[in-house]
Design a protein around this ligand. Sequence first.
Ligand SMILES: Nc1nc2c(ncn2[C@@H]2O[C@H](COP(=O)(O)OP(=O)(O)OP(=O)(O)O)[C@@H](O)[C@H]2O)c(=O)[nH]1
Ligand SMILES: C[C@H](OP(=O)(O)O)C(=O)O
Length: 220
Amino acid sequence: MATFVSKMRIPVVIPYKPINPKTRLSCILTDEERQNFAYMMLRDVVDAVKDAGCFPLILATAPVELDDVPVQILEEGLNETINGFCEGNDDPLAIVMADLALADRSSIISLLTSGGDLAIAPGRGGGTNAIYVRSAKTFKAQYYGMSYEKHVKYGNDNSLMIKIIDSFRLYCDIDEQDDLIEVFIHNQGHSRDWLVGHGFEIAMKKSRIGVKRPGFSLSD
Ligand SMILES: Nc1nc2c(ncn2[C@@H]2O[C@H](COP(=O)(O)OP(=O)(O)OP(=O)(O)O)[C@@H](O)[C@H]2O)c(=O)[nH]1
Ligand SMILES: C[C@H](OP(=O)(O)O)C(=O)O
């Protein structure tokens, strides 16, 4: 299957905001740590995209380096960046968020091989975590808020065949402290290593498990 995807040479764009990222993790990470952890998640997403036989391209708001991965700097907002990139581009394209720390080869392949004109992997709380479009120029990004509903409506209004990707690994974006436990349990890459290296541990919280960081205070 990876060979098949590779033959399709589908570019996978990864929007990435390296400066002041993941503000919803401010309660448990310092400013510098948020930047470093966001970068670790980006590395895991890039690895998953490469494992799937695809070509990652980082669309970043500021300079970033990651091995041989091409980076385009576009300082506009997320929707403007994606739409500018899609304009006039007849080819297939996927857009995968940089905070999908659980993404892996098979979840990326499932996104790219659904058979739809527009494949949408919903995220927690109404977001859109990953998208495939058969023809990039037919897509208008509508991220933020209930973006999942907006993208489905867009597809319906434009008579695109929509496939909803039922993928736990693409569904879990890492936005808040409660999401970090998923990294502990299901990520085996840079993101989990980074959390462990920075003192995070699994903790029993009332009836559920979560993470804790013993001894950490934001004044550290
Ligand atoms: N290129 C680009 N990427 C963005 C922009 N805003 C967010 N992103 C990326 O889009 C993805 C989803 O965004 P969010 O989950 O809101 O991430 P975030 O803005 O770092 O986190 P919060 O501050 O907690 O909202 C992440 O991969 C971000 O790096 C933007 O303005 N431009
Ligand atoms: C970009 C945004 O991400 P979230 O804030 O839902 O993580 C969305 O999916 O529309």
